[in-house]
Write a protein that binds this ligand. Structure first.
Ligand code: ACO
Length: 378
């Protein structure tokens, strides 16, 4: 028998969704039919999450109630902050976030309920607590006191306030909010698929979201934004970008922040982030980072655009996050905070019409092999 499934399940449709639509050839991304650019310009992260979970935009009173509900859950459960502040300061934030999201289940008196209301309730808890978890750990490792969440602030404002101990400027809060919108959902990407696979066993929302975080941290997925920043730091000046990238391509190394399984055109999120990164770089005196990124893009365009390899969402988000003031290893946790909106929506969607995911593997090993006693093995 020969294997029929394409490697990496490329092109396989494994679920139906009403959340996001991607046309990888035209470079289109829509959430519930609304262009991502329109949402980035006009929506907020909270409203976008409502849209993804309910497949429609909220009325003002619905949005107010949803926002209030999230804000009322900002506070970490008693005992969790103490756990975070006793973790090794050297821990990777993504390992920390995965572990702490998992541990939220133990603070829930009924963690295994998967009916629609309970699933939303648990998803809201995780969405509301994740920024406080990341910020508390970052303050702890920097030897600073933890800043309590402020329920008068949006998710973006609250996150920056808890990280820095001061309210962000409107420009920085808006920039972060836009990043949260742009990263919130993206079809059946690897981490979303992981979440749907786990919940399809009727496990629990916390397990599904924990699995998704584990998937996201991989350098071929959400971890690429940190890889981009490391690369930018490795390139001494704009003038060195050409030789650096050409060398990578000659050695057949992947350039982080380029290429996508689905997009063979410019990722529409990258289009938006490029403009945002340029503006923020100018505002914060980080023009060199933007210019290096732009120089890399030019080299890649000449070398590999013909193969359909363009900047993806992670490329210009690295400069954007740096300008917002995030530590390099908080880039992927920030992505996770945003994608919790999408993962949760998919978990809810999967539960509404569930069937256990259980594909098959083609066995390609030997048959009728003898069991050789251990003493006789060579
Ligand atoms: N740099 C250089 N060459 C690349 C890149 C890249 N970033 N991406 C793909 N290619 C080349 C491959 O070398 C391969 O060339 P070949 O046909 O000559 O051997 C061809 O394009 C196909 O590449 P695959 O890795 O097979 O494509 P796949 O669809 O499996 O991979 C992926 C998609 C994993 C995103 C890939 O483009 C990559 O590794 N990019 C770098 C990591 C990255 O930025 N990941 C973030 C993706 S967005 C997200 O997950 C949020």
């Amino acid at each position: 028998m020969t294997t029929t499934a394409p490697k990496g399940l490329e092109g396989i449709i494994a679920a139906e969704t009403e959340m996001s639509f991607i046309d990888g050839t035209q470079g289109i991304l829509e959430y519930v039919g609304i262009a991502i650019d329109d949402l980035a310009r006009n929506s907020t992260f909270e409203e976008t999450v409502f849209l993804l979970w309910n497949r429609r935009l909220p009325t003002q009173s619905e949005l107010d109630a949803f926002t209030q509900d999230i804000r009322s859950r900002y506070q970490l459960p008693a005992g969790l902050e103490e756990r975070i502040t006793t973790l090794p300061k050297t821990a990777e934030p993504m390992h920390m976030l995965r572990t702490m999201v998992s541990s939220l289940a133990m603070f829930d008196s009924d963690p295994n309920q998967n009916d629609p209301d309970s699933a939303r309730d648990k998803a809201l808890n995780v969405l509301a607590c994740a920024p406080a978890i990341v910020a508390a750990f970052d303050r702890h490792r920097r030897g600073l006191p933890v800043v309590a969440p402020d329920s008068s602030l949006s998710i973006a404002e609250n996150f920056l306030n808890m990280l820095n101990g001061e309210k962000p400027t409107a420009t920085m809060a808006k920039a972060l909010d836009v990043c949260l919108i742009l990263h919130a959902d993206h079809g059946l990407n690897n981490s979303t698929f992981s979440a749907r696979v786990v919940i399809s066993t009727m496990s629990d929302v916390y397990s599904a979201l924990t699995a998704a975080i584990g998937s996201l941290r991989g350098p071929l997925h959400g971890g690429a934004n940190e890889g981009v920043m490391r690369m930018l730091n490795e390139i001494p000046t704009v003038a060195d970008a050409d030789a650096f990238i050409t060398g990578k391509l000659e050695r057949k190394e992947k350039v982080m922040g380029f290429g996508h399984r689905v997009y063979k055109a410019y990722d529409p999120r990258a289009t938006y982030l490029k403009t945002l990164a340029k503006q923020l770089a100018e505002d914060t005196g980080n023009q060199d980072l933007y210019e290096k990124s732009f120089a890399i893009e030019k080299v890649m365009e000449d070398a590999v655009a013909a193969k359909g390899i363009y900047p993806n969402v992670d490329f210009y988000s690295a400069t954007t996050y740096h300008c917002i003031g995030l530590q390099l290893d908080l880039f992927t946790p920030l992505f996770a905070i945003s994608r919790l909106g999408g993962w949760s929506g998919h978990v809810i969607e999967q539960l509404s019409d569930n069937r256990l995911y259980r594909p098959k593997a083609d066995y390609i090993g030997p048959h009728d092999a003898p069991y050789i006693p251990i003493a006789e093995r060579g």
